[in-house]
Design a protein around this ligand. Structure first.
Ligand code: SF4
Length: 388
């Protein structure tokens, strides 16, 4: 049996506040984030001292997990699988014992995505799941702002994140004070805030959005101008799709800002006819070069209509690994751009999270109420209509 709530629960509600200057309404130069070189898949963490000795690959474990390996065998070698399988079996057992649900973002490692997540999807889909679940515990295999959003939407649940340091360069690019100063500078202009922000930023906003509904949210306000925070590239991509004037901030996703037009050209040269599918956190120039642009769920949906059997998903690496099983007919060319934040989440940490009920997300009631308004307004809008 595992212990009840430990005394050392930590409160991560302070969130991350960037040290960016309060520059009003300009699209700033690049440099809002520093890229950390792509992580190797974190064997060190996974083999660290947190794995109980009893977690061995045995016949019972093989039987309990045999349905998972065929889904991930293209990206996980057999010897590695035998390290994952006991953890998967134990997590799934503990999940039932704890009445917990695991929400897994599309960027999770394949063994998490296919092995333990009850629901997978983009941040919009997972928010909806978090709001609806009646499980007592939500373990969010994603990054901090996602877990915080789950807590805002379903405050009576215990929401856990396996690693408190799983942040986001966009989330760290702006502070509540920056937003307040922007509102002073542009009085009356509504503030649309990307989901990838701490609760305190959402609380300063009129409405939230994700990459799955940014254009619809912007147009739902019925104004000719909006302040759109904090992703500069998403703001510019939305501005290109709508007549609404967009005042942007200078945040960047450290994963998507790396992709370049030259890189896309090189892939097209090497793989003639390849279909290029990009995420709207990429630069407008890269999106312009793509055959399709959409959120992670939009990209996955588009695969059903792929016009080539070779596809490049211009986004985080694990996406291609995770969708390969559903699309054996497609060959995925994988430009490797790992999110170091997403990759902080491992099976070992998820097991520890469930065993020790850590790390619990809390949001101050006053912040939560205001952030909830912005999120609910977004959820009423739903998703953009995406042309497949
Ligand atoms: S992929 Fe980019 S936007 Fe997503 S969590 Fe990582 S840094 Fe943030």
């Amino acid at each position: 049996m595992y212990p009840a709530l430990p005394a050392d629960r930590r409160d991560p509600s302070a969130g991350s506040i960037g040290n960016f200057p309060a520059v009003f309404g300009f699209i700033l130069d690049a440099g809002s984030a520093t890229f950390t070189p792509a992580l190797k898949r974190g064997r060190k963490n996974r083999l660290g001292g947190t794995v109980p000795q009893t977690l061995q690959y045995r016949d019972s474990v093989a039987w309990l997990t045999e349905h998972v390996y065929p889904k991930i065998r293209d990206s996980v070698p057999r010897f590695e699988w035998e390290l994952h399988a006991p953890l998967i079996a134990e997590i799934n057992h503990l999940k039932r014992e704890r009445n917990a649900v695991i929400l897994g973002h599309n960027y999770m490692l394949p063994e998490i995505f296919h092995g333990i997540a009850d629901f997978t999807g983009d941040s919009l889909a997972l928010s909806e799941r978090a709001r609806e679940t009646d499980a007592e515990i939500i373990v969010f295999c994603g990054v901090h702002f996602m877990a915080e959003t789950a807590k805002i939407l379903n405050p009576s649940r215990t929401v856990l994140i396996p690693d408190l340091d799983a942040g986001c360069s966009l989330s760290e690019s702006i502070s509540p004070e920056d937003v307040r100063l922007l509102k002073q500078r542009y009085p009356g202009i509504p503030v649309v805030t990307y989901m990838n922000t701490p609760a305190a930023i959402k609380a300063e906003s009129d409405v939230c959005c994700t990459s799955a509904n940014a254009r619809s949210v912007v147009e739902s306000l019925g104004t000719d101008t909006v302040i759109f925070l904090p992703d500069e590239y998403l703001a510019r991509n939305v501005a290109a799709e709508t007549d609404v004037k967009v005042i942007a901030w200078s945040g960047r996703c450290i994963v998507h800002e790396r992709f370049t037009v030259d890189e896309i050209h090189a892939y097209r040269e090497q793989y003639p006819g390849i279909e290029v599918i990009a995420h709207p956190e990429c630069s407008p120039e890269v999106c312009e070069e793509a055959d399709f642009v959409g959120s992670t769920s939009g990209m996955i949906g588009h695969l059903d209509h792929a016009r080539s059997n070779q596809v490049i998903m211009v986004t985080e690496c694990s996406m291609s690994d995770n969708v390969q099983e559903a699309h054996p007919e497609l060959q995925f060319v994988k430009p490797c751009s790992l999110c170091p934040h997403m990759k902080k989440i491992s099976l070992e940490k998820t097991l520890d999270s469930l065993r020790e009920l850590r790390y619990e997300i809390e949001v101050a009631p006053e912040i939560r109420q205001r952030a909830l308004r912005a999120l609910e307004r977004m959820l009423e809008v739903g998703r953009d209509r995406v042309a497949a």
